[in-house]
Design a protein around this ligand. Structure first.
Ligand SMILES: [Zn+2]
Ligand SMILES: [Zn+2]
Length: 158
């Protein structure tokens, strides 16, 4: 599988439209949060990105948003359903929620901590639905995370 191509497919399709901006503003407002230029800036930085750690996000916004503000903004985004956390070991990375993104899953490299988005797979999606139904659950949302070694980090003898 050509990972770069897959990533490009997912993220090039990621809509940068005005709908995105409207949905962002609506998400915040309906939780009682106001729209500020810094919140806009952080949101824009997350569009079309692979999942970022708080540190990576901070680096990208260096000089524009201080660390304390960034933590507060991300907290607001999480409460508003704009951003979700992807567990990476005992830490986490951040990405825009599926309201702003296509449904996808992740593979995390446990050595270099790279988080690779994977395209939706029909078989997996169907299986998740079947398993849910077997337990009399109407599935609403799910997350699927695969952990392992990426090509660069794979031990030599495997
Ligand atoms: Zn790796
Ligand atoms: Zn899925």
């Amino acid at each position: 599988m050509d990972i770069c191509k897959t990533v490009a497919t997912i993220y090039n399709n990621c809509y940068m439209s005005t709908n995105n901006k409207e949905l962002f503003e609506l998400s915040l407002r309906r939780r009682g949060f106001s729209i500020t230029s810094q919140r806009h800036m952080v949101f824009k930085e997350l569009i079309g990105q692979e999942p970022l750690s708080m540190r990576e996000l901070y680096e990208r916004l260096r000089g524009q948003v201080d660390r304390a503000s960034l933590y507060r903004i991300i907290s607001v985004f999480e409460k508003s359903g704009v951003v979700v956390r992807i567990p990476v070991g005992w830490k986490y990375k951040l990405e825009l929620s599926e309201a702003f993104n296509y449904h996808h899953h992740h593979i995390t490299c446990i050595k270099c901590n790279r988080v690779i988005p994977i395209e939706e797979d029909e078989t997996v999606e169907r299986l998740i639905k079947e398993v849910s139904e077997k337990h009399a659950i109407l599935p609403f949302a799910h997350q699927l995370e695969i952990q392992g070694f990426c090509r660069a980090c794979r031990p030599a003898d495997s």
